[in-house]
Design a protein around this ligand. Structure first.
Ligand code: MN
Length: 518
């Protein structure tokens, strides 16, 4: 991959001005990364160019592609975000900033033992925390995909780590965005490094079996094609081979052997309309005997990530078991490319058009929240004032997201104080809190945290909770933990007495002496 190749690849997809700007971005990044090398020994710029190539391939808008070229400049060179903004505009700078933030957050994810239990939860938080623009995640996925494809140059130890993280964090992320093809690519490469032996074994096993079934499937396919032709249903039929990783996952379930897996190879029927999908299903069930428990209607009830299709498994007269997936071209596009499909340059030349136009209504309802987030993010970028109540989407309501120094993400209600954070991490951390460092600076106990803050709790073994802390927590969780600690320390009484004194002072000395003597 070099500059000219990338530009040639971009030319048919973007207008002249955009391609010119791409050239500028490449020149800028090349200069910034000058002298840096990849582990393979190649010049570093190879990496951002490949990431941009992937993003063009996915049909992303030009801002995302530019951000792809520039994505490592702020983190890895002395380029400032301001420079990026003045040269390439606010939108590109916003995306580069988001990618840089994820890299920081990832530092914590590397510590996978502590990270795993919350993976899923953290993913959605991450998505929101990182600038509310899903394109940031998409750039990160392209980044990961290219790094995986060059993993051979890393040490075995690092390979395993990156592979693990890819399976645990990035593949589910792609899945959440409905990007089925990317999810599969990530899983296949990662699994081949994580469990090379098993990967090779399954690959061989698969080859053996596929040889036979491909021939048999050919017959079924012709039969179906002929019948659909007779019924005047326009269709396209493809074979799809199960991925090694999904096969492995299925096999790791109790009591499953390779012979129990019917969908090593499935046939995919793609048609023009939803009505045709159901007509095809009818045709298949009239030709072959369906296995009733395996009929799934993901058109009426899409998967949570927006995936739609009809699935059915049938038994042919020659006792062959065949799985079919039936979907429209739109559904197919979505299943393969997910959210990235909505940025496609053929329909949308720029991200601005995207966030403002009606295309959003075409996204599956489950994914509407992303559109909402994007609209808000884009308004914010355009400097439009948004009434606070409009930000009250379920997903981020009035919550803020803060990072631990390791990059783990915690969600707190707006207005939360440092002690709320400490108690959220662990009861003992709250108890032993001595001081707080927020974004590197010592922070007072009574100053609310803000979205994106990196919060470090400094603990001392000798530090003890104080009754006055009750004024310095806002969450019920922190308050009840603190209360029970104070109680154990025998300070509960003190608390009550303290409160009584304050009350008394407020009442200005009516029968003053008596209560303090009690
Ligand atoms: Mn990178």
């Amino acid at each position: 991959m070099n500059e000219q190749k990338l530009i040639d690849y971009a030319k048919p997809c973007y207008d002249d001005e955009q391609v010119l700007e791409l050239g500028h971005a490449i020149d800028f990044a090349t200069e910034a990364h000058l002298g840096q090398k990849r582990k393979s020994g190649e010049p570093y710029i190879i990496h951002p160019l490949n990431v941009a190539h992937i993003l063009i391939d996915w049909g992303m808008d030009i801002d995302t592609v530019l951000a792809g070229v520039l994505h490592d400049t702020v983190e890895d060179t002395d380029t400032s975000l301001d420079t990026i903004e003045s040269l390439f505009g606010r939108n590109v700078a916003f995306l580069v900033d988001g990618v840089t933030k994820i890299s920081k957050a990832r530092a914590g994810m590397r510590d996978l033992d502590s990270y795993l239990p919350q993976t899923k939860d953290n993913l959605s938080k991450l998505l929101i925390a990182v600038g509310q623009d899903v394109r940031v995640i998409i750039i990160k996925l392209a980044d990961r995909l290219h790094n995986l494809s060059t993993l051979e140059h890393m040490s075995p130890d690092k390979q395993k780590k990156i592979a693990r993280e890819s399976l645990d964090v990035f593949a589910p992320m792609a899945d959440r965005l409905g990007m089925g093809r990317v999810r599969m690519q990530i899983e296949e490469i990662a699994f081949s490094y994580l469990n090379e032996k098993e990967f090779k074994r399954l690959q061989n096993e698969m080859k053996k079996r596929l040889g036979k079934s491909t021939r048999k499937l050919g017959v079924v396919r012709q039969e179906v094609e002929a019948e659909l032709g007779k019924q005047h249903i326009k269709s396209e039929i493809n074979g799809r081979v199960k991925s090694i990783y999904s096969l492995h996952k299925k096999l790791s379930k109790v009591d499953t052997s390779l012979d129990d897996i019917y969908d090593l190879m499935a046939l995919r029927v793609i048609v023009d309309s939803k009505e045709d999908c159901y007509r095809v299903l009818g045709v298949l069930h009239s030709l072959y005997q369906p296995m009733l428990t395996r009929i799934k209607d993901y058109i009426a009830v899409p998967k949570p990530n927006g995936y739609q299709s009809l699935h059915t498994t049938v038994i042919t007269p020659s006792k062959q078991i065949v799985e079919f997936q039936i979907r429209t071209y739109d559904m197919h596009e979505y299943a393969e490319r997910g959210l990235a499909a909505s940025f496609h340059y053929h329909e949308q030349k720029s991200s601005k058009d995207y966030s403002k136009n009606k295309k959003s209504s075409k996204l599956p309802t489950q994914m509407q929240w992303i559109v909402q987030l994007q609209e808000i993010a884009s308004n914010l970028r355009d400097g439009v004032d948004i009434p606070l109540n409009q930000l009250n989407i379920d997903l981020f309501g009035s919550r803020i997201f803060v990072y631990s120094p390791k990059g783990d993400i915690y969600s707190l209600p707006e207005g939360a104080l440092p002690l709320d954070f400490a108690y959220m991490i662990h009861t003992d951390i709250g108890k032993r809190a001595y001081s707080f460092r927020v974004n590197g600076n010592i922070r007072a106990f009574d100053k609310p945290l803000e979205n994106g803050d990196i919060v470090e709790v400094i603990t001392r073994k000798t530090s003890q909770p104080k009754p006055s802390w009750l004024e310095l927590v806002t969450t019920t969780q922190a308050r009840s933990k603190l209360r029970s600690q104070l109680k154990k320390m025998g300070l509960a009484e003190g608390m009550a007495r303290g409160a009584a004194i304050i009350k008394e002072k407020a009442l200005r000395g009516k029968g003053s002496a008596s209560s303090s003597k009690k």
